[in-house]
Design a protein around this ligand. Structure first.
Ligand code: MRU
Length: 346
């Protein structure tokens, strides 16, 4: 698996996800503003990945030859800029908070500050890789033999660092010989399923069938899907979960057809400050994205047509069979069990 993001020789290297699957193009970023732009235009996307890359962006802010107070101001400015890129995935704010905390310690000079920030960004990246493996292990145990599973959007290695959360569960179950087929929702409007999840699964030799988002009910009603596994951008204290637009209707369909509906996410995706999903900010993107096919593709609509483009929706906790984390499985999720697991890990 290619890594979605890497720190190499003091630079951030990203695979440009807007170009996949046609081109495997890598971007080299050296400034926090370049990182912020890459997040905004979704060259890097997926909740954990944007947290990791933002942390690296904060480290880039420090010129090791600068005066310490200047370096600290640059860190603050980079944190503010990176926090303004995308509002829904809480991993972004969690990672920036960690970087701010690290920057607040005492250092003899800017070079020492930079070294500490690089170390912290690499720790966030490493911890995400470890979390993915544990999520995969914990989730694979829940899937039946010969499982036909559906996933939405891309919660794979591209959306984390390497292995993935929802796709980590599917990868681990595939390694155990349990996966018969993965139904991949194309995921309008930006086609993260068709472009990215299909690319990842095909590269890994995992059998897949691409479907349009509106076909899931058809296959569920015919008994062709055994489980759904999706990722998350933010999980409120009661288990209500924000994920890519289209996740909520998939969960409703799963409940209607008695299909288990799993959310796979690291503990950094929980936001215990929000009692339920109603407080989760939902990013509204350029409506123009739904008037074209995929990333900057052919025009689909008459010019000037009115459109709305919310990028995420909220799946109520009651529709979720279990939330799979690196620390274990919360099933069904509830406010007390979530709080206990998240606080035990801190
Ligand atoms: O808009 P995106 O592509 O960043 O949305 C990504 C998702 O909704 C993912 O499912 C989520 O971030 C989990 S990624 C492990």
């Amino acid at each position: 698996m290619p890594r979605s993001v890497e720190w190499r020789d003091g630079k951030v290297i990203l695979i440009d996800q807007t170009r996949l699957p046609a081109q495997e193009l890598y971007l080299t970023l050296t400034q926090p503003a370049e990182v912020a732009e890459a997040i905004t235009r979704m060259s890097v996307r997926g909740a954990p990945a944007i947290g990791v890359v933002a942390a690296m962006g904060v480290a880039l802010a420090v010129d090791p030859t600068a005066h310490l107070s200047t370096a600290r101001s640059s860190v603050e400015a980079a944190c503010d800029l990176l926090a303004s890129t995308r509002p829904t995935a809480v991993n972004l704010f969690w990672a920036i908070r960690r970087m701010r905390r690290m920057a607040g310690s005492d250092y003899p000079d800017a070079a020492a500050l930079r070294e500490a920030l690089v170390d912290e960004a690499l720790a966030i990246s490493r911890e995400q890789e470890e979390a993915d493996r544990a999520i995969g292990h914990n989730g694979a145990a829940l899937l039946p033999e010969g499982c036909r599973v559906i996933t939405h959007c891309n919660a794979g290695g591209l959306a984390t660092v390497e292995y993935g959360t929802a796709l980590g569960v599917i990868r681990a179950a595939h390694e155990m010989g349990k996966i018969e087929n993965v139904f991949v929702d194309e995921t309008r409007p930006l086609l993260q399923g068709a472009r990215l999840t299909a690319w990842e699964l095909q590269k890994s030799g995992i059998p897949l069938t691409l479907i349009c988002d509106n076909m899931a009910g058809h296959f569920m009603s015919r008994g062709e899907i055994d489980a759904a596994v999706v990722g998350a951008d933010r999980i409120a204290a009661n288990g209500d979960t924000a994920n890519k637009i289209g996740t909520y209707p998939l969960a409703v369909l799963a409940q209607r057809h008695g299909v288990a509906f799993y959310v796979a996410a690291p503990l950094s995706t929980f936001d215990l400050g929000l009692p339920d999903g109603s407080g989760i900010p939902i990013e509204e993107r350029d409506p123009g994205e739904i008037c074209v096919c995929g990333c900057g593709g052919t025009e689909l609509t008459p010019a000037g047509v009115q459109a709305r483009n919310p990028a995420f929706d909220i799946t109520p906790a009651e529709l979720i069979t279990a939330i799979i984390t690196e620390a274990g499985v919360l099933g069904p999720p509830s406010a007390p069990t979530i709080r206990q697991m998240v606080e035990a890990a801190r």
